[in-house]
Design a binder for this molecule. Structure first.
Ligand SMILES: [Zn+2]
Ligand SMILES: [Zn+2]
Length: 111
Protein backbone atom coordinates (compact mmCIF):
# COMPACT_ATOMS: atom_id res chain seq x y z
CA UNK A 1 0.00 0.00 0.00
CA UNK A 2 1.05 3.56 -0.64
CA UNK A 3 1.82 5.67 2.39
CA UNK A 4 1.53 9.41 2.81
CA UNK A 5 4.91 11.05 2.12
CA UNK A 6 4.21 13.55 4.88
CA UNK A 7 2.63 11.46 7.65
CA UNK A 8 4.49 8.30 6.64
CA UNK A 9 2.46 5.76 8.66
CA UNK A 10 -0.89 6.77 7.19
CA UNK A 11 -2.10 4.88 4.12
CA UNK A 12 -3.36 6.88 1.18
CA UNK A 13 -6.95 6.37 0.09
CA UNK A 14 -7.86 6.26 -3.59
CA UNK A 15 -10.75 8.32 -4.83
CA UNK A 16 -12.10 9.88 -8.00
CA UNK A 17 -11.66 13.63 -7.94
CA UNK A 18 -13.92 16.38 -9.26
CA UNK A 19 -11.54 16.59 -12.21
CA UNK A 20 -12.10 12.97 -13.15
CA UNK A 21 -8.62 11.98 -12.02
CA UNK A 22 -7.95 8.98 -9.82
CA UNK A 23 -6.08 10.39 -6.85
CA UNK A 24 -4.58 9.13 -3.67
CA UNK A 25 -5.43 11.32 -0.72
CA UNK A 26 -4.17 11.20 2.83
CA UNK A 27 -7.10 10.99 5.29
CA UNK A 28 -4.88 12.59 7.95
CA UNK A 29 -3.28 15.67 6.36
CA UNK A 30 -5.43 16.06 3.22
CA UNK A 31 -2.47 16.10 0.85
CA UNK A 32 -2.85 14.45 -2.55
CA UNK A 33 -0.73 12.29 -4.79
CA UNK A 34 -1.06 12.68 -8.58
CA UNK A 35 0.23 9.89 -10.77
CA UNK A 36 2.06 11.39 -13.74
CA UNK A 37 -0.08 9.44 -16.20
CA UNK A 38 -3.29 10.67 -14.59
CA UNK A 39 -2.05 14.23 -14.68
CA UNK A 40 -1.18 13.98 -18.34
CA UNK A 41 -4.54 12.42 -19.21
CA UNK A 42 -6.51 15.08 -17.34
CA UNK A 43 -4.60 18.17 -18.37
CA UNK A 44 -6.07 20.64 -20.85
CA UNK A 45 -2.54 20.78 -22.27
CA UNK A 46 -1.03 17.31 -22.06
CA UNK A 47 1.92 18.45 -24.17
CA UNK A 48 2.94 20.81 -21.34
CA UNK A 49 2.94 17.97 -18.86
CA UNK A 50 4.92 15.85 -21.31
CA UNK A 51 7.43 18.66 -21.80
CA UNK A 52 7.72 19.19 -18.03
CA UNK A 53 8.57 15.50 -17.69
CA UNK A 54 11.38 15.94 -20.21
CA UNK A 55 12.60 19.15 -18.56
CA UNK A 56 12.70 17.46 -15.17
CA UNK A 57 12.45 19.17 -11.77
CA UNK A 58 13.14 22.92 -11.87
CA UNK A 59 15.40 24.35 -9.15
CA UNK A 60 15.11 21.19 -7.04
CA UNK A 61 15.62 21.05 -3.29
CA UNK A 62 16.05 17.85 -1.34
CA UNK A 63 13.22 16.72 0.91
CA UNK A 64 12.81 14.02 3.53
CA UNK A 65 9.67 12.78 1.80
CA UNK A 66 9.58 9.57 -0.17
CA UNK A 67 7.62 8.67 -3.27
CA UNK A 68 4.58 6.52 -2.36
CA UNK A 69 5.23 4.39 -5.46
CA UNK A 70 8.97 3.67 -5.39
CA UNK A 71 9.96 4.93 -1.91
CA UNK A 72 12.85 7.04 -3.26
CA UNK A 73 13.41 10.49 -1.79
CA UNK A 74 11.47 13.11 -3.70
CA UNK A 75 12.59 16.57 -4.74
CA UNK A 76 10.71 19.74 -3.97
CA UNK A 77 10.86 21.47 -7.29
CA UNK A 78 9.04 23.48 -9.89
CA UNK A 79 6.93 21.53 -12.36
CA UNK A 80 5.96 23.16 -15.67
CA UNK A 81 6.82 26.51 -14.01
CA UNK A 82 9.28 27.45 -11.26
CA UNK A 83 6.37 28.91 -9.35
CA UNK A 84 4.46 25.67 -9.35
CA UNK A 85 6.37 23.83 -6.68
CA UNK A 86 5.51 20.29 -5.65
CA UNK A 87 7.24 17.21 -4.30
CA UNK A 88 8.31 15.28 -7.38
CA UNK A 89 9.38 11.66 -7.72
CA UNK A 90 12.84 11.54 -9.27
CA UNK A 91 11.73 8.59 -11.37
CA UNK A 92 8.73 10.50 -12.70
CA UNK A 93 6.00 8.51 -10.95
CA UNK A 94 4.13 11.64 -10.05
CA UNK A 95 3.90 14.50 -7.64
CA UNK A 96 2.61 15.32 -4.19
CA UNK A 97 0.78 18.44 -3.13
CA UNK A 98 0.10 19.42 0.47
CA UNK A 99 -3.45 20.44 1.27
CA UNK A 100 -2.68 24.17 1.17
CA UNK A 101 -1.09 23.72 -2.25
CA UNK A 102 -4.07 22.07 -3.88
CA UNK A 103 -5.17 25.29 -5.57
CA UNK A 104 -2.19 24.66 -7.84
CA UNK A 105 -4.03 21.72 -9.38
CA UNK A 106 -6.06 24.02 -11.59
CA UNK A 107 -2.86 25.59 -12.83
CA UNK A 108 -1.37 22.18 -13.45
CA UNK A 109 -4.33 21.06 -15.46
CA UNK A 110 -5.49 24.17 -17.24
CA UNK A 111 -2.45 26.29 -18.05
ZN1 LIG B 1 -0.65 12.68 5.36
ZN1 LIG C 1 8.62 7.14 -7.56
Amino acid sequence: MAHCPKCRVIELEEFDSEKGIKLDQCPECGGRWFDMGELEKSSAHPEKVAQAKIDGPLRPRETDRNCPRCDRAMLNAGFISEFLRADLCQDGHGLWLDKHELHLVDKLLAE
